[in-house]
Design a protein around this ligand. Structure first.
Ligand code: NAD
Ligand code: DAU
Length: 351
C-alpha cells in the first residue's frame, strides 16, 4: 500500500474535489494535511467546505497555470501526492467557449506535470472522465480501459488531451502517475447547471425542466462519495501508469431519470407528481450530444476491490432530500452570494 501524508488537491472547492476532501478527513489512518488549490471560477464554492480544521485543510486561492505557485506549495507543504480535479467541467459551456477548457484542462495539467517532473517522488493522480471514449450505441458493450479515445465535445477533447499528457509524461520522465475515468456523478453540492441539481432546483422554483432532444440519451450515474472512495483506493494501491474506470452501474435514459426526480420531489413535498412532470419541456438537442455512456468497472473491482456502494434510487432520494433541506445553499449560488467571501478576501490577488 502506498503511504501518503500531505496531499495537494486541485479544484477542491468544486463538486467532486470538495466531496473528496470532506471524505478524506473521515478516513481512518489519514493524519496528514490537504492543500486545496483552486482558482475559484464560477464553479468554486467555499460553502462546500465549511467546518474543516484549518490546520489540516489549507485553502489556497490560485491557478494551476501558475507553475511557480504550484512548486512553492509542493515544497513548502512537503506534498507527496497531487490529486488533480481542477477543470472546466461543463459540456455546454465548452460548446460556447472552448478556449478556457484548453487552457485549464490541457495547459494547466501540463504545468502540474512539469512540477512533478522536477519532483519525481510526488505521485500524481489525474481525475478524468468516461467522455474521452466518446459515445456508445444502445447495444454496444460498456467502455473498458482499452476502449479507443473518440471525444465528441470540446470538453471531452480537452480531457482526452490531458490524459495523453499524463500518460506520456509518466512514461517519458518516469513519473508515478495514475488516471481514473468516472461516469456522471451526482450528490450534494453539485453546481445547478448539471442535469440532476438543475432539475431539482427548477422543480423547487416551479420553472421549466429543459430536456435536450427526445430525452433518450443514456448516462451512467455514480454517487460522488463512491467516486471519492474509488480515488482513495487508487491512491492507496493503484499501480503506477495504470488507468482505472469507475462506473456506477446505473444506466438511465434522461427522460426516465427526470420523471423519477419529479416523482421523488412530489413525494417529499406531499404533492402530485403531475405538478412537476408538467414542467418538462423538450428543447433543442445539444450539438454533438453523446448518446450513451456506460462503464464496466471490472478492473478496479478485481485489482483494488472497489465497487459502488450506493443503490441509485436510495442515493438519488437522499440527494433530492439534501437539496430540499438546503435551500440556502441553492439560493446563495443563484444570487451570487457564495462569491462574496472570495471576492472580499481575494479580490485581484492570488496566493
Ligand atoms: P466542478 O466544475 O464542480 O469544479 C471544478 C473546480 O476546478 C472548481 O472549483 C474551479 O474553481 C476549479 N478550477 C477551474 N479552473 C481552475 C484553474 N485554472 N486552476 C485552479 N482551479 C480551477 O467540476 P467537478 O464536477 O467537481 O469535476 C471535477 C473533475 O472531475 C474534473 O476534472 C472533471 O473533468 C472530472 N469528472 C467530473 C464528472 C462529473 O460528473 N461531474 C465525472 C467524471 C470526471
Ligand atoms: O460522464 C462524465 C461527465 O458527466 C463529466 O465528465 C462532466 O464533467 C459532467 O458534466 C457530465 O457530463 P454530461 O454532459 O453527461 O452531464 P450533464 O449533467 O450536462 O448532462 C447529463 C445529460 O442530461 C446529458 O445527456 C445532457 C442532458 N441534459 C443536460 C442538461 C444540463 C438535458 O437534457 N438538459 C439539461 O438542461
Amino acid at each position: 500500500m502506498r503511504k501518503f501524508q500531505n496531499l495537494l488537491v486541485t479544484g477542491g472547492a468544486g463538486f467532486i474535489g470538495s466531496a473528496f476532501i470532506r471524505s478524506a478527513f473521515t478516513r481512518p489512518g489519514f493524519t496528514g494535511t490537504i492543500v486545496n488549490l483552486d482558482a475559484m471560477t464560477y464553479a468554486g464554492n467555499l460553502d462546500n467546505l465549511v467546518g474543516l480544521d484549518p490546520a489540516r485543510h489549507v485553502f489556497v486561492h490560485g491557478d494551476i497555470l501558475d507553475g511557480a505557485l504550484v512548486e512553492r506549495l509542493v515544497d513548502t507543504h512537503a506534498i507527496d501526492t497531487i490529486v488533480h480535479f481542477a477543470a472546466e467541467s461543463h459540456v455546454d459551456r465548452s460548446i460556447h467557449g472552448p478556449a478556457e477548457f484548453i487552457q485549464t484542462n490541457v495547459v494547466g495539467t501540463m504545468r502540474l506535470l512539469d512540477v512533478v517532473r522536477a519532483r519525481p517522488h510526488v505521485h500524481f493522480h489525474h481525475v478524468s472522465t468516461d467522455e474521452v471514449y466518446g459515445s456508445l450505441g444502445f447495444e454496444d458493450p460498456m467502455f473498458t480501459e482499452e476502449h479507443p479515445y473518440k471525444p465528441n465535445s470540446p470538453y471531452a477533447a480537452s480531457k482526452a488531451a490531458s490524459d495523453h499528457l499524463v500518460r506520456s509524461w509518466a512514461r517519458t520522465y518516469k513519473l508515478s502517475a495514475t488516471t481514473s475515468h468516472a461516469s456522471n456523478n451526482y450528490g450534494p453540492y453539485q453546481f445547478p447547471e448539471k442535469l440532476i441539481p438543475l432539475m431539482i432546483a427548477n422543480c423547487l422554483d416551479g420553472k421549466p425542466l429543459p430536456v435536450y432532444g427526445d430525452g433518450g440519451n443514456i448516462r451512467d450515474w455514480l454517487h460522488v462519495d463512491d467516486h471519492a472512495a474509488a480515488i482513495w483506493r487508487v491512491l492507496e494501491d493503484g499501480a503506477p501508469h495504470e488507468v482505472y474506470d469507475i462506473g456506477g452501474g446505473n444506466e438511465w435514459k434522461n427522460l426516465a431519470l427526470v420523471h423519477c426526480l419529479c416523482d421523488a420531489v412530489a413525494e417529499l413535498r406531499g404533492e402530485p407528481s403531475e405538478k412537476y412532470r408538467a414542467l418538462i419541456t423538450f428543447v433543442a438537442d445539444r450539438p454533438g450530444h453523446d448518446l450513451r455512456y456506460a462503464i464496466a468497472g471490472d478492473k478496479i473491482a478485481r485489482e483494488l476491490g472497489w465497487r459502488p456502494s450506493y443503490d441509485f434510487v436510495t442515493g438519488l432520494r437522499a440527494t433530492i432530500r439534501w437539496y430540499v433541506d438546503h435551500p440556502e445553499w441553492i439560493a446563495r449560488v443563484k444570487t451570487g452570494a457564495y462569491r462574496q467571501w472570495i471576492d472580499t478576501n481575494y479580490a485581484g490577488r492570488s496566493a
